[in-house]
Design a protein around this ligand. Structure first.
Ligand code: SF4
Ligand code: SF4
Length: 430
């Protein structure tokens, strides 16, 4: 049994590493933990951890059906964000838009899986540059799902430049969960998010995103911001977005190395301060009846993830697959055009689950074995590991520290609010 204890925001916590179960404890229990003593009251609360054998059998079971399809509708973009992982939308290749028949074929493959619930995500590049394909896919998938008795959820990530009322009507009609890219106030957003001519974009998207919030009454969308070495003060960015009226927000670190915007180890103390400030703001707003949702602070203790999910994270290449405009399939959007991980195409037999990704769980990642957060994090992002070390089992140590920090503050805010958790729908944010 391994117990990790920590204190943030004046509260004391213990995490049972083998299961990810967490407990808030009083200061005297905490002091005893610091001295290596576990009180009998705490011991009685600890769950029984499943055996490693039992877990591995489930984690590596090949019969897990895939249920999530990401359509990289375009390999092109009408912005040229400097920090873009996808080479300004082209994924290190030629610019292209997915033909309708490729998208339809991919959807038919998805609908053939035994999963009752299926997810379809429109991504890019900028997916609204392939609007005809998006629209035709929404129609086709809805019709197919109805015929086959399946339930389908849609999501779409956009930079907003092409998001007009006519498209919103369609996206609303199909209940498409939107992820809207906006980094914060103009000096923060416009430092990286520029159009193809290098011009700032904040003024071109802010009003469109406010319309989304008004139409959807604060739900069924996320503002997705990015913070970098050059824009570290994300708590201020979140406050700005909340003051602008947005109610569902995420802030993601830019990963990667060697660029002026890449996070470095020296940034970590500032990042911790930012999570602390954000946590205090989040609690203060919630307690004064003006709650907003911050993706990484939303936990649902009454409905925790399954044990398999806890140790495998995102499910890339196992439950989740991406199709690119040429119809080629990869474990996730970040691996698009990484030829060694190509899993076939929409017309050929699909190599699913990908054997390397099936084994890419927290028990096989060497750095995760001694990490207290392994049953909460699941082993991190395979793409981050791959692009940092050349190995999907590799580690980006800065990303790991950020994961651990935000888990601590998420536990603290949920304890502070006594988890009167009304949950909002969460699209994939990675
Ligand atoms: S934080 Fe890092 S070391 Fe810990 S479980 Fe996640 S990926 Fe593994
Ligand atoms: S977490 Fe990483 S590997 Fe998983 S889907 Fe997201 S980008 Fe891909």
């Amino acid at each position: 049994m391994n117990l990790y204890h920590f204190s943030v925001l004046g509260r004391f916590f213990v995490v049972h590493e083998e299961t990810g179960s967490s407990f808030e404890v009083d200061s005297s229990t905490y002091k005893k933990l610091e001295q290596g003593e576990v009180t009998s009251e705490l011991r009685e609360q600890l769950p029984t951890a499943p055996s490693l054998e039992w877990l591995l059998e489930r984690l590596e079971r090949k019969e897990r059906p895939w249920s999530a399809l990401c359509l990289n509708i375009t390999h092109t973009c009408n912005m040229a964000c400097k920090y873009c992982f996808a080479s300004q939308g082209s994924y290190r290749g030629a610019e292209s838009v997915m033909p309708v028949d490729v998208a339809k074929r991919a959807v038919e493959r998805l609908m053939n899986t035994p999963s009752e619930w299926v997810d379809i995500d429109f991504f890019g590049g900028e997916p609204l540059l392939g609007w005809d394909t998006v629209r035709a896919t929404l129609e086709h998938a809805t019709e197919l799902a109805k015929r086959l008795g399946k339930k389908v959820r849609f999501s779409l990530t956009t930079n907003g430049l092409l998001l007009d009322e006519a498209k919103m009507d369609v996206l609303d009609a199909y209940n498409v969960n939107l992820t809207l890219s906006l980094d914060g106030p103009p000096p923060v957003h416009d430092l990286f998010r520029v159009d193809r001519a290098g011009a700032p974009t904040f003024d071109k998207v802010i009003d469109r995103f406010k319309v989304v919030d008004q139409r959807r009454k604060g739900r069924n969308y996320y503002i997705r911001g990015t913070f970098t070495h050059q824009t570290l003060h994300f708590s201020e960015a979140v406050k700005f977005l909340v003051d602008a009226g947005f109610k569902t927000i995420s802030m993601e670190p830019v990963t990667g190395q060697g660029q002026p915007w890449s996070l470095v180890e020296e940034d970590l103390p500032i990042i911790e301060e930012e999570y602390a400030r954000l946590a205090e703001f989040y609690v203060e707003r919630a307690k004064s009846g003006k709650r907003f949702y911050f993706y990484h602070f939303e936990m649902n203790p009454t409905n925790p993830p399954s044990v398999v999910r806890r140790f495998t994270g995102c499910g890339a290449g196992v439950e989740y697959v991406v199709v690119n405009p040429a119809g080629l399939m990869y474990p996730c959007h970040q691996f698009d055009n990484v030829s060694r991980y190509c899993m076939g195409d929409v017309n050929s037999e699909l190599n699913m689950p990908h054997p390397d990704f099936l084994k890419a769980h927290a028990f096989n990642k060497p750095h995760c074995g001694s990490c207290w957060a392994r049953a909460l994090c699941g082993g991190g992002c395979h793409a981050d590991g791959y692009f940092t070390t050349g190995d999907i089992l590799g580690q980006n140590p800065i990303s790991c520290e950020i994961v651990r920090l935000r888990l601590k503050y998420a536990l603290a805010v949920n304890a502070a609010l006594q988890s009167d958790n009304e949950q909002t729908e969460r699209p994939r944010v990675c």
